[in-house]
Structures are given as structure tokens and as C-alpha cells.
Design a protein around this ligand. Sequence first.
Ligand code: SAM
Length: 175
Amino acid sequence: RIVLLRLGHRPERDKRITTHVGLTARMLGAEGMLLASDDSGIVQSLEDVVRRWGGNFYIKNNVSFKQEIRNWKEGGGKVCHLSMYGVNLPDLADELKKCDKLMIVVGAEKVPPEIYQLADWNVAVGSQPHSEVAAVAITMDRIAEGEPLEKEFPGAELTIVPAERGKHVIENAGE
Ligand code: SAM
């Protein structure tokens, strides 16, 4: 079980990247995304993707990150904050893999400093600055059980059939 917590989203400039963080986490098997800002537009666009492309990914708007972290830990979950200042992922991947309830936290511009204390692990995806989308993708891929790119999304209106050329999409009849 993996849930993603997105900190610091600024509605006026982060819409696209936060949407991409959510889409990437969903594609790689997260159960949902918690948004520690108020932006119902993000919720709508991700829910629209879920409706068309299947699965049960959820989005929770405007959460208190401290409350969510506390609840998660009380339920036995662990928290992994992605930061270029942390311990490099190759040194922690085996430990993270063993964890069956993991919250992955990513920031936008600057994260609240207490997140470094609240997290069980501060994990660097290489010690160079890059993107929260890349950090989520590489982490989830490195700690996945099995092949995350072959995950299926039940209940989809649209399903792609991989093709060597062109686009092959099946439109599934609604219930
Ligand atoms: N300047 C910001 C800071 O000092 O925290 C970094 C902003 S970065 C564009 C946004 C988010 O991407 C970070 O909060 C972190 O979650 C993620 N990120 C960027 N580079 C990373 C790296 N090398 N390892 C892990 N996470 C990274």
C-alpha cells in the first residue's frame, strides 16, 4: 500500500506538475494522493482520468499534512520524504521494499522544515536537484514488487492495446 502526500502545491503555478505527480503515482500503483493545499481543479482532473482509465485511485483535497502523517503512523504506516538532501535511494531501497504501508511525501518549492523530523526516512533520488515527478517515478519503480508497468486498471472506459504503430484503444461498454 502506497499513498502519496503532495506538499506546497501553489494553485497559480503548480497545476500541471501536481497533476503529473498524481498521474505518475497512480500509474505505478499508489492507492491515492493527499493534497496539502486547496485546489479542487486538481481533484476534478484526476478523478476524470480515473473515471475514463479505471482503477480506484482517490484524491483528498486540502488536507493537514501533520494530521495525515499522524493518522498514517498511528495506523502502522511509515513515511518516506523525498528530498535531494536525504540518504540516497540505492542505500534504502531494500528497507523501503519491506514496508507494507508507505506514505511518499514530495514538496513543490520549499517544504516545511519539520517534515525532515516527521519522516521515518528522508530519501534522495540522487543528490542533485530535479523534479518531484521524476523522484516519485524512480522511487516507486525501484521499490515495486513485480512489474509496475504491467498493472491493470479495472473498470476503465478506455483500454489501450499496445501496438507497434498507431493507436489501438478499446472503448469498454459502461455497466
Ligand atoms: N528547492 C527545493 C528544496 O530545497 O526543497 C526543491 C524543490 S524540487 C523542484 C520539488 C520536490 O522534488 C522536492 O520537494 C522533492 O520532493 C523532489 N525532489 C527534487 N529533487 C529530488 C532529489 N534529488 N531526490 C529526491 N527528491 C527530489
